[in-house]
Write a protein that binds this ligand. Structure first.
Ligand code: URA
Length: 248
């Protein structure tokens, strides 16, 4: 992990403040001053700030049931950021009748990021963490981590469209087919689509490629992890659940 990240994870300093204490020579690694924010540090290094040994806080991993109307980004734009609402707890206040004790805490969102974004109008399972390697395992097509979407369509699904979607379709502006997908028909205008990639607007573009249109989209599952919190709420993942996305 980078030294500036380690300092953030072991103190309450922001990334900018961590860089400041590093560059001003207040940080030592194994007894040697190090002024480089990008230095890689390891578990067995002894790192001090102003002579006091620092321990990195354990990483955080949570699942959130994203409502429509929020952006999967750390900054608000046309829609509010999911993170603003985790920090101020508005999401769980909206559902306080069923909030559990986790949801009543205010979450320190510094350094958290989303492992696999959803569009503003998409609902469902979002994983949030401060562990970049773990989120890479969730997102990277190389990990072949399956994401299951419940898709509501404008037009009835056809046999031909199913075949194309399962085998791979050409998205506009791309030269290679989408990776093989699984598709289960729920009703003529509702399907479950399982994919291992997450290109920009991938599901909407896949159905566009077979001349249909997504009218509602909801992510139900990522790998073996199924969404099990009510709309607008979140919980920490268990150790076993975190382990789903860490190969030994
Ligand atoms: N595919 C989409 O088109 N949108 C999402 O939000 C997720 C996957």
């Amino acid at each position: 992990m980078r030294l500036d990240k380690f300092i953030c994870k072991s103190t309450n300093l922001t990334r900018a403040e961590a860089r400041e204490v590093i560059s001003s020579g207040r940080v030592q690694i194994n007894g040697w001053y190090d002024c480089h924010e990008a230095t890689q540090v390891h578990e067995n290094n002894v790192i001090t700030l102003d002579g006091v040994i620092q321990q990195a806080r354990p990483s955080r991993y949570l699942m959130l049931h994203k409502p429509a109307g929020f952006v999967s980004s750390n900054v608000s734009g046309r829609y509010p950021s999911l993170f603003d609402n985790l920090a101020t707890d508005n999401l769980s206040i909206a559902n306080s009748a069923i909030a559990d004790s986790n949801n009543l805490d205010l979450l320190d969102v510094e350094n958290l990021h989303i492992a696999g974004r959803l569009d503003a109008d998409t609902t469902g399972l979002v994983l949030i963490t401060d562990d970049g390697r773990w989120s890479f395992n969730v997102i990277s097509p190389k990990s072949e981590c399956e994401k299951v979407y419940r898709v509501t369509l404008r037009d009835p699904i056809t046999e031909d469209a199913i075949k194309q979607l399962v085998n791979g379709v050409l998205l506009r502006g791309r030269e290679e087919l989408t990776l093989p997908a699984k598709l289960t028909v729920v009703s003529e205008k509702e399907v479950l689509l399982t994919i291992t990639e997450g290109k920009y607007h991938q599901v909407k573009r896949m159905f566009g490629a077979v001349r249909n249109k997504v009218v509602a989209l909801h992510r139900e599952q990522i790998g073996p992890l199924k969404l099990d919190v009510p709309l607008g709420q979140w919980r920490y993942l268990t150790e076993d659940e975190v382990g789903y996305f860490y190969e030994e």
